[in-house]
Design a protein around this ligand. Structure first.
Ligand SMILES: Cc1cc2nc3c(=O)[nH]c(=O)nc-3n(C[C@H](O)[C@H](O)[C@H](O)COP(=O)(O)OP(=O)(O)OC[C@H]3O[C@@H](n4cnc5c(N)ncnc54)[C@H](O)[C@@H]3O)c2cc1C
Length: 420
């Protein structure tokens, strides 16, 4: 029997080195300009597509790597280059994950490849779950999907917000409530095909960080889509709704509470399933930013002299760097463990996916702040990239579930208690 190993294999090493070269040569040189202009980095995506990085095949290969490590390795390197551009490159993969976690094989084959387009004719995709009044509280979603039996169409109305690639996407994956009283269990995911009438971009947000990434509202006004755009299909949805109704009725009867109030939300709906799959990969993005900042801070501390010696010879600086490196490595171990567990089909008994995203996101904000401190005045200027990385890192305690929501998921999972 082979001895257990913490080593990555040659394929992952090759993948990492290849992506690192792309990140260093193509992404990083473009980062400051896109941060300033807040424009979508189409030319970088074009380069990524030509290199074979921005493609359905590439993300499918990494997502289904049997070790689970392909995706975290990819994320860390791309986001080491730049997080705003990195998110522009991988944003479509979040929408693709929405389709692959809820869709049938036929739907996966039909909808995922056009999310990426082809070199020279690129496309991006968006996953739209959040709403103005439904951020962490996914159950209060107001977007409604109504089935029109006469035409076998779904009619969707509502406003989505904070959608990465929202409005510029060729394909939008949208979550909507089919039976509001069932809360998250009454929701479903839909593909909005290219050029569908009634979908438009609302406000585009001016952001604190990851400014190359496009974030906008998506307005859905009497959007009509064919029945086959319901991910997973109607039969499966009907069966799921029937089961949810039964459970809600049984829970209400047993405790005398309104049925909807008894629904336990964790893992109950399509968008939650997507988030569970993507959390370790999002943690890996945060590690990329943290590692970038740590490396610059380490170099700076070795060369910057004050009081006649390099500042790293002060314990205060050296210990900060020791803590930074330790937290980054600990984050990576948590992320790789969760990604490996997911690939093996193991259950997250202690919400390991949430743990990894929580720790990596908190690490990125802390480490980038420490790096700014080590660079002193230079850390506060745009002549050095560290202040940009500190701005970029902050999103990792907010999106894909805030740090508080990750703690809530972990606390509920380890205790079994209905913690609010
Ligand atoms: C740049 C960016 C990109 C995004 N991309 C996407 C995307 O592509 N698709 C998408 O669907 N969404 C996206 N989001 C939305 C993101 O996932 C939400 O912003 C996030 O889930 C938080 O929701 P909220 O902003 O409404 O905050 P709220 O839910 O209003 O939370 C506000 C504060 O209250 C805290 N809080 C809320 N409930 C509790 C509780 N029960 N216990 C303790 N604290 C609590 C939160 O942790 C937070 O600190 C994106 C957001 C941003 C900023």
């Amino acid at each position: 029997m082979d001895a257990p190993s913490f080593d990555i294999n040659d394929d992952h090493r090759e993948l990492r080195d290849w992506l690192h070269t792309f990140a260093a040569d193509v992404i990083r040189p473009a980062a400051a300009e896109y941060d300033e202009s807040e424009k979508f980095p189409w030319d970088v995506l074009e380069e990524a597509a030509k290199a074979g990085i921005y493609s359905f095949d590439f993300f499918a290969t990494q997502s289904f790597d049997p070790s689970g490590l392909g995706l975290p390795v990819t994320m860390e390197e791309l986001f080491w280059g730049d997080a705003g551009i990195g998110l522009s490159i991988v944003g479509s993969a979040l929408a693709a994950a929405g389709v692959s976690s809820a869709g049938t094989d036929e739907q996966i084959g039909e909808w995922i490849p056009p999310m990426f387009g082809t070199p020279g004719d690129l496309a991006v995709a968006a996953f739209c779950s959040s709403e103005p009044d439904a951020g962490s509280d996914v159950g209060s979603m107001r977007t409604r999907a109504r089935y029109d039996e006469a035409t076998d169409e779904w009619v969707i109305n509502g406003t989505k917000t904070w959608a990465t690639n929202g409005g510029i996407a060729t394909i939008h994956v949208v979550t909507a409530s089919v039976e509001p009283e069932l809360k998250t269990r009454g929701q479903a995911s839909f593909v909005i095909p290219p050029g569908t009438k009634g979908l438009s971009q609302g406000q585009k947000f001016a952001k604190h960080g990851i400014r190359a990434s496009h974030t906008a509202e998506v307005v859905l006004d009497q959007v009509r889509i064919p029945g086959r755009c319901l991910l997973g299909g109607k039969e499966k949805l009907d069966a799921r709704l029937a089961k949810a109704r039964e459970r809600a009725a049984a829970a209400a009867a047993s405790e005398g509470l309104p049925a909807a109030g008894k629904e336990h939300e964790r893992g109950a709906n399509a968008s939650m399933a997507t988030f569970e799959r993507t959390r370790p990969a999002v943690g890996a993005q945060a590690i990329g930013i943290a590692r970038a900042a740590y490396e610059v801070a380490l170099d700076y501390a070795k060369t910057r002299e004050q009081f006649g010696k390099p500042i790293i010879e002060n314990q205060a600086i050296a210990f900060a760097l020791a803590d930074m490196k330790t937290s980054i490595d600990a984050s990576r171990l948590l992320v790789w463990r969760a990604a490996w567990m997911a690939a093996q089909g193991r259950r997250f008994e202690s919400a390991e996916g949430s743990m990894s995203k929580l720790f990596a996101g908190e690490t990125a904000t802390k480490v980038t702040g420490q790096a700014m401190q080590i660079l002193g005045g230079n850390g506060f200027t745009r002549d050095y990239p560290v202040e940009r990385w500190a701005r970029d890192a902050k999103i990792y305690t907010i999106f894909e579930g805030t740090s508080e929501i990750q703690r809530l998921v972990i606390a509920r999972t380890i205790s079994g208690a209905p913690i609010r």
